[in-house]
Structures are given as C-alpha cells and as structure tokens.
Design a protein around this ligand. Structure first.
Ligand code: ADP
Ligand code: ADP
Ligand code: MG
Length: 662
C-alpha cells in the first residue's frame, strides 16, 4: 500500500488534497510548472517536482512528466484533483500500467460517462430518468431538425463531448435550428475535436441539482445528498449550496436512489457527481428530474457537502484508494444545517466578466478554516503577493459558510465577502455579494436563468460614497500609517506628513481626475477640506467619521495605485504620472489592443486589407472563453502585430489601422 501520494494538479484543489493527506500521515508530492514554482501547493507539500513551463499542455497535462515525477519521488498513488487529467481514461491506464494507484474511478467508468449521448443511453437502460430528446448516432441536419420538432421547442443542442458549458445552444424556434446546430457543431469540433451533438428538451424553470455519490471497490455505493448549483452564468456555476432549498425528503430519496443506481450501472469507484436537471416550476418532484451527465471526479463545490455531512471527502477518497470499505452506510449519513459556497474570481463584471490577471497586492480574508470544515472556510490556492496569470483558471478562492439554517449560512457568507479585501486585480466580489442579497435567491426561489434575467441589477454600481476618495488620498499621501521605525528618513517623513497642516493629492478614478485637499486636525486625524468627512487611524484600521457616524474602511497604496475597500466594494485609483500620460497619448485611436491576456486563436486581418466597422478581426482565447475583437471603425489595416498562436498580455497591440484621411 502507498504512504506517499502525488497530486497531479495545482491551485486550491492541490492544496486541499495535500492538507488532508498530511493530516492522515501520508507524505505528499506536488508537481508544478515554472509559473507555480513558489505556489501554495508547492510550499505545502513535502516534496515538489518541476514538470515543465507555464502552459498546461507543457506541464499539468503531460502524463509522462507526471509519471516520471512519481517514479523519482517514490509516490505510490496519484490524486488527479479536478480538471486537467482527472477525467482522462488514457491517463488512468498509464498510471495503472506504471504500477501506481489512481485515486479515482476505473478508466471504464470514465469512458462510460465521457460522451453525453452514450452516457444517456446507458442511464436509460439502467432505469435512470434522462432528459427527453434525441441521443442517437445519426447526425444529418434535416433529421436532427425533425427530431427537434418532435421533442418540441424550446430545445437545447449539446456537443456530446462538451464540458464547461461549451458547445451548447438554446433554440426557441424551428427557423433558428439550422444556425444553432452549426454553431454547436463548430464549437464541439474546435474545443473537443468532436462535432457530434445531441438534442434535448429544454426544461423550463430549470434547477441544477446534483447528487454526490461515493463507491468503494467492494460494491458499496452511497449518496451524500444533493447540492443546488442553479446560480449559473453562461452555464457555469457561481454559487452552490447544500441542501437544495425546498427539497422534500421523498424527492431527495428518489434522486439519491437514481444516482446510486447510475454509479452501480457503470461499476463506479470513488467520489463522483450525478448532475440532474429539475423542473422547478411546481417545486421539486419525484417525476420532475432527469439525468444530465456525470462528473467522474471530486467536484469544485464538494466543500458544501463536507460542511453539511461533517465528512472529509478527500479522506474517503484516500480510504477507498487503499481498498477500505466506505466508512459509513447510507443510514448513518445525515444532514446538519446548511452550507453555501461562492467562487471568487479575478474577472471584470463591467467588461462582460472578462477574466482578469494581476499581482494580488492584497488578499485578506476574515478569520476562517483553511481547506477544512468550519463555520467559515476559505480554500485559496494563492496568497497575498501571488499573481493571477493568463495560464490558468482565474479563480482566487472558494469561500464557504456553514450555518444552522440557510438564512444563517447566507448572512455569514455575505459578511465574509464584505470583509474580504483583494487588491491588484478586479474581482467578482461585489457581484457575489449582490447575488447573496438577491430577493428571489434569499427566498429560495432560484433557477438557472436567475443571473441572466437580473444581470443589470446584479452588476449595477451605486455611486462612489464621498468618503472613498478621502481614504484614497490619505493612502496615496502615505498618511494612513503612523510614522514607523526610528531611522532618519522615518523621522523626517513623520515630521513632514504628520506635521503638515494641509496636503493636496491628485488621483484618477475611471478616467476622471480628482483633487483632494486633506487638512490635519491633530496627530493622525485628517478631514477633507470643505466637507465634514474625517479620517483617522486606530489599532483596528482606518476610521471614517461622517456627520457623527463612525465606521471602518481600508485603503492601501501599491506603487502608483490605491485601492479602497468599503462595505464590500473595492475602488481602484491611479496616482497619475504626468510623463507616462504624455507617452500613452501617442497610441491614438488607430490601435487594437488586447483587452485581456490570452491566446491569439485566429487572426483574420492582413496588412493593407480594407475593413468595415464591426468586422471581426481576431479571436482571442482567454481562460474558458473566446472573445472576438472587431474593427473600431472603417479603415485599412496598417500592420498586424500578433500571429495566430501567440500568447499575449493585457494591452498588447494586435493590429493598427492606417490613420484616417482628414
Ligand atoms: P457541461 O458538460 O458543459 O457541464 P451540462 O450538460 O452539465 O454540460 O449542462 C450545463 C448546464 O446547462 C446545466 O447545469 C444546466 O444549467 C443547463 N442545462 C443542461 N441541460 C439542460 C436542459 N435540458 N434544460 C435546461 N437546462 C439545461
Ligand atoms: P486606468 O486608467 O489604468 O484604466 P483605472 O483606475 O480605471 O485606471 O483601473 C485600471 C485597472 O486597474 C483596471 O482595469 C483593473 O485591472 C485595475 N483595478 C481596478 N479596480 C481595482 C482595484 N480595486 N484594485 C486594484 N486594481 C484595480
Ligand atoms: Mg455539467
């Protein structure tokens, strides 16, 4: 049996697996790319092995390099985490051929669930309800259109090899079917090398309810209840919870039994998730849920299940991999309270949720358990000072709250997000906080369309409070800390800043210049001239006083940037540099720059080509999405500066247009 395991993954999930493995007395081996040489998972592990450069194709997806790392370190088992090679049956076979234990299901079970059409057929045979639709071999367009008519609109076309919400098209009317089919096929071919599709009835008022299953190698299978993951944006989960709001006990039992049946039918071993789509229009019902797909691995949102069951799913994975029987039987499993998880991402809600990058100049969470159960739990694969790079998923952390009731869990999570401070990149924190206050969601009235319907309200930005620029000015001027140290410069700085009676600060926020005059009221006490807004510091941080009301907020300067954190919102300010501004002016409006870091997937323009306003010129791929860049005006391409396949950074010039004739 093994006493050392290698984790073939990175980020929070690698760190999470290592934490439990160490607690169980196992030795751990991390693998890492060059970009992750100092990452959290590397520092947590007993040993670490470099497996290649930053791109995943040259590191985390290289079976050979991972097996070699296991060989040199003497690891006896491999935990795949999620993503990367976790659902790749060839990887499982290679691991086993090398004489190692794969901490997941057999390759045959992964294959059985790998393609959505074959999986549905298999489930139908096993008596598991599947979404009504067409999942046959035939792929003739006219035949598929006929099937869609028979199923009845609206229908969903899905690439059978799809994942991560890719290759899916909702079709409301017969006349739109042909175009949507082409779109789904093209995306399936481009992303998964497989154009085949299935057609499904689109369930109205859909709720995503999934069941956690666990099986050992001795034929025991149990379920660990459900998770509701209906809060999705573009078919990707944003907030997950357990148990599902409004779940009657008999429906839970029916869904659990169906999930256990599904796992048995394919000889499953280990942790897995059966995803069901449920019709929520008349409440959750025994005859109102259908199998969608199975994820044959540990799921991102597994901590909510750990919270309500009091179990450690990675511990169970390790026990099962050692050949032990499941620690508990179905009758011994119970639900305790309610848990909610929010996925904190580096992304820009104002720019269509574009993935963002940057150095995490600040990353502070309220006090919480790390990678382990607790009233508040934070699983983060990064720490303050680390960078979010374009190479990997832009997730910063998962924040999980557990409470006696749903209401308690929601307010605990909301408070935790309000107290979380991230600086150096934009995040979805405010969006998550808004979701947790959404009236329908709070009432437990949710479906997968909720975010899409209310996106404007959820991303609305209330005006910046008047005290925020005052805090920004204080931090910009370095007045937010009492004079530190006793060197000559510290004394001088202290004398100057703390002694001056008025300080002028120029700042920029969202392109607008701000001029803030701070007046000193006493040691460490300032107010903005002409207003009643005062700021001071005590041992707990900055204290704002406005019209007799006192409250806390935080501000910090990093280089020529300042961030203010106020009631769950972050405000970024720039301290303008007059020389840089003159430089930037030269770029003009004739350049098309990358709005985010990523990969140039297609370059559709060449020098000398005439283009029209709105014409697609290049396709960028960043994290999980494709983004089309279009011509900002009619004109002629002067120069193409980035080639297909090139990795580019935020702000890199991709093309230039010839200057317009006067
Ligand atoms: P993926 O492999 O990309 O996760 P899924 O089949 O799990 O694909 O579908 C992703 C999401 O799309 C689901 O979580 C659900 O919100 C929605 N969805 C899938 N099938 C249906 C359906 N038949 N009706 C309504 N919504 C659906
Ligand atoms: P610029 O003129 O450079 O666009 P902004 O203040 O508008 O200046 O913000 C520029 C960039 O700063 C944003 O695109 C984002 O990447 C980053 N940024 C925005 N908000 C914050 C924040 N709260 N903390 C740190 N950086 C931020
Ligand atoms: Mg899915």
């Amino acid at each position: 049996m093994f006493d050392k395991i290698l984790i073939a993954n990175r980020g929070e999930i690698a760190a999470r697996v290592i934490t439990t493995a160490r607690a169980m007395g196992l030795r751990t081996v991390a693998v890492h790319s060059d970009a992750d040489a100092d990452a959290v998972h590397v520092r947590l592990a007993d040993e670490a092995v470099r497996i290649g450069p930053a791109p995943v194709g040259e590191s985390y997806l290289r079976t050979e390099a991972i097996l070699e790392a296991a060989r040199v370190t003497g690891a006896g088992a491999i935990h795949p985490g999620y993503g990367f090679l976790s659902e790749n049956p060839e990887f499982v076979e290679a691991v086993e051929a090398a004489g190692l234990v794969f901490m997941g299901p057999p390759a045959s079970a992964i294959r059985a669930m790998g393609l959505k059409d074959a999986a549905k057929k298999r489930m139908e045979e096993a008596g598991v309800p599947v979404v009504p639709g067409y999942h046959g071999e035939g792929q003739d367009a006219a035949m598929l259109a006929e099937e869609a008519g028979r199923i009845g609109y609206p229908v969903l076309i899905k690439a059978r090899a799809g994942g991560g919400g890719k290759g899916m098209r909702l079709v409301e009317r017969a006349e739109d079917f042909a175009d949507a089919l082409e779109g789904a096929q093209a995306e399936g071919r481009a992303s998964f090398g497989d154009a085949a599709v299935l057609v499904e009835k689109f369930i109205t008022s859909p709720r995503h309810v999934e069941i956690q299953v666990f099986a050992d190698a001795h034929g025991n299978v149990v379920h660990l209840f459900e998770r509701d993951c209906s809060l999705q944006r573009r078919h990707q989960k944003v907030i997950e919870e357990a148990p599902a709001p409004g779940m009657p006990e008999h429906v839970r039992a029916a869904m659990g039994a169906a999930a256990v049946e599904a796992a048995r039918a394919i000889g499953y071993v280990g942790a897995g998730t059966i995803e069901f789509i449920a019709d929520g229009s008349k409440g959750l019902r025994e005859d109102g849920f259908w199998f969608m797909e199975m994820n044959t691995r540990l799921q991102v949102e597994h901590p909510v299940t750990e919270a309500i069951t009091g179990l450690d799913l990675v511990e169970w994975q390790i026990r099962v991999a050692r050949g032990e029987t499941l620690p508990l039987s179905q009758d011994e499993l119970t639900i305790n309270g309610h848990a909610v998880e929010a996925r904190l991402y580096a992304e820009d809600a104002d720019r269509g949720f574009l993935p963002a990058t940057g150095r995490l100049e600040r990353l502070r969470f309220p006090e919480a358990a790390r990678f382990a159960r607790g009233a508040l739990r934070v699983d983060a694969g990064v720490v303050e000072g680390d960078a979010i790079t374009p190479h990997y998923d832009p997730m910063i952390a998962k924040v999980i709250a557990h409470g006696a009731t749903r209401e308690e869990a929601l307010s605990r999570l909301h408070a935790a997000l309000e107290a979380t401070q991230v600086g150096g990149t934009v995040t979805n924190l405010a969006f998550l906080a808004a979701l947790l206050r959404h009236e329908g969601f709070v009432a437990g009235d949710l479906d997968t369309g909720l975010i899409g319907r209310d996106l404007d309200a959820l991303t609305a930005k209330p005006p910046m409070p008047d005290h925020v620029p005052v805090l920004a000015a204080l931090a910009a001027a370095g007045l937010d800390h009492p004079p530190a140290g006793d060197g000559p410069w510290d004394a001088l700085r202290g004398f100057r800043n703390w002694g001056a009676s008025e300080v002028h600060v120029v700042l920029e926020h969202e392109g607008e210049a701000l001029d803030v005059a701070l007046r000193r009221d006493g040691p460490g006490h300032w107010h903005r001239a002409g207003t009643g807004i005062g700021v001071s510091r005590d041992t707990g941080g900055l204290v704002v006083t406005v019209a007799g009301r006192r409250f806390r907020a935080e501000a910090a300067r990093h280089g020529n940037r300042v961030t203010v954190w106020d009631a769950g919102r972050a405000f970024g300010f720039a301290i303008p540099d007059p020389l840089a501004a003159a430089d930037a002016a030269g770029a003009g409006g004739d350049a098309i720059a990358a709005p985010m870091p990523g990969l140039v997937k297609r370059m559709r323009a060449e020098a000398g080509q005439k283009v029209e306003k709105g014409q697609p010129l290049a396709i960028l791929e960043a994290m999980k999405m494709e983004h089309t860049l279009t011509a900002p005006r009619d004109g002629v391409v002067a120069e193409v500066l980035a080639q297909e396949g090139a990795q580019i950074s935020d702000g890199d010039l991709l093309l230039t247009l010839e200057p317009e004739d006067e």
